[in-house]
Ligand binder design. Structure first.
Ligand SMILES: Cc1cc2nc3c(=O)[nH]c(=O)nc-3n(C[C@H](O)[C@H](O)[C@H](O)COP(=O)(O)O)c2cc1C
Length: 455
């Protein structure tokens, strides 16, 4: 089979452009109206996207006065989207730092049951410093400790999802046997961060385990992705850095004993589409003119762990010394590298940098015709930069519709994208293998029978 492109719709506010919420083409619905999210997912499903994705932060942003920093809790939203769609995959973000593995394993297994095999978890360690103030107030957990805790968290949730054999439920009313106890086992985990007896109080989910997605790009983040992730979101402002990331992550996955094609790399892409190049540029200008540089300045400060940028003039070219060294930043380290690389390469003024980040927070932003965007997608796809894209429409739903109506048909004509869904689950859309559990291992079966018989 020829290699197929994968497309995920990243749903964010009224669009990824920071000022999209003020643009007349963005949705008039409140960001707390579930119909908004259901409708976007249905549009994505009609266009045959592989999946939709919801991000999350565990604190209110400091700039809520000028920016719509409100949304609904993502796992709850997935449940509502699941019943309003039938094919599209459903990805929500949840933190390994600020929840318990037993809670999270139940929540995502539930979404997988509710959606009949379409659930995925975007694993984050929560980089936002202010989140710590909402969970005990002991200060931000360091970058290294977040990943150490994340590793143990992963071992526990995987064991919980695997604590039921797929055939454990018998539901034999006549015989009075509901479940086979020898096909369910405790996990007895006792580690530095978590003590969890198990088993999960829910049968094995349709996909075996929900699909695992991750988006850390620092060295530690990449190694974590190579071990656990089946799809990786990543932010790049140039094809060359995307190629470097792609090659590195596939190599790291192979070193972990995994098939590189089972780790999909999906860089962010925020295309402003127009019928002509001029129209696309005009739309981009229109929304740029609605941005407030002071909102951008606060956001930049958040990215750099609260660093104070208030003294920097807007119109002098920036130098790396205007920023704290990335290795001292305890927030999202890889995104700080992306920003510093841009400063080194293009020497923008603060106003120009904030204008660029307003587009999609450090992801690839471009404006053009459907043909130009399709060319770019094909180029990255065939030149080792991407297995697909995390599509981030600058204005929702208008620019999603333009992408579905204009770009996807071109990709189909070129044989790059599906004309129908082949499978029913996200694992099938993404071409991922079914996870094996201890119950699939023949060596385990006698031990389990002995345990159940009390031997
Ligand atoms: C597309 C994309 C979406 C992300 N979504 C979230 C999110 O919803 N919540 C969050 O805390 N971090 C999110 N992140 C940040 C990463 O998960 C990660 O925490 C961050 O890149 C820092 O990890 P690193 O220091 O290893 O790079 C996202 C990153 C990308 C590229």
């Amino acid at each position: 089979m020829t290699r197929q492109l994968h497309l995920n719709l990243f749903i964010h506010g009224r669009g990824h452009h920071e000022a999209a919420w003020r643009h007349p083409a963005s949705s008039p619905l409140p960001l707390t109206d579930i119909r908004y999210y259901q409708d976007l997912a249905q549009r994505a499903e009609r266009a045959m996207f592989d999946s939709i994705f919801l991000a999350d932060q565990l604190a209110l942003g400091g700039d809520v006065a000028q920016a719509p920093r409100t949304w609904l809790e993502p796992i709850t939203v997935l449940a509502a989207i699941a019943v309003a769609t039938s094919r599209v995959g459903l990805i929500a973000t949840a933190s390994t730092t600020y929840t318990e593995p037993f809670n999270l394993a139940r929540q995502f297994a539930s979404i997988d049951h509710i959606s009949q095999g379409r659930a995925a978890w975007n694993i984050v360690t929560s980089w936002l410093a202010s989140a710590a103030e909402n969970y005990g107030g002991e200060g931000q957990v360091s970058h290294a400790d977040r990943y150490a805790r994340g590793e143990e968290f992963m071992a526990v949730v995987k064991a919980l999802w695997d604590s039921w054999a797929a055939d454990a439920i018998v539901d034999d009313r006549a015989g009075g046997l509901y479940a086979r106890a020898d096909r369910i086992r405790s996990i007895d985990h006792d580690g530095p961060f978590y003590t969890v007896k198990g088993p999960l109080n829910m049968p094995r989910c349709p996909q075996g385990r929900p699909v695992l997605v991750q988006a850390g790009s620092s060295d530690t983040g990449r190694r974590f992705a190579a071990r656990h992730a089946e799809a990786v979101f990543t932010a790049h402002m140039a094809k060359e850095t995307a190629q470097e990331f792609y090659a590195d992550l596939k190599k790291l996955a192979a070193a972990e004993g995994r098939q590189p094609q089972h780790v999909l790399i999906l860089p962010g892409l925020s295309p402003m589409l127009g019928g002509t190049e001029e129209e696309a540029q005009r739309l981009a200008r229109e929304v740029n003119e609605l941005t407030d540089p002071e909102v951008g300045r606060k956001r930049l400060s958040g990215r750099f762990g609260g660093h104070d940028f208030s003294h920097l003039p807007l119109d002098r070219p920036l130098v790396p010394a205007d920023f704290p060294p990335p290795e001292t930043v305890e927030a999202a380290r890889s995104r700080t590298e992306v920003i510093l690389n841009l400063v080194r390469r293009d020497k923008p003024t603060l106003r120009q940098l904030l204008g660029y980040l307003a587009g999609a927070r450090g992801h690839f932003v471009t404006a053009g015709t459907p043909e130009q965007i399709a060319d770019l997608i094909e180029d990255w796809f065939i030149s080792g930069a991407a297995d697909g894209f995390n599509v981030m429409p600058p204005i929702l739903p208008a620019q999603l519709d333009a992408f579905g109506a204009e770009v996807i048909p071109i990709l189909r004509r070129r044989g790059l994208f599906r004309t129908d869904y082949d499978g029913a689950t996200l694992r099938e859309h993404y071409g991922l293998p079914w996870p094996q559990s201890v119950f699939d291992d023949p060596d385990w079966q006698p031990q389990l029978r002995e345990a159940a018989a009390g031997i």
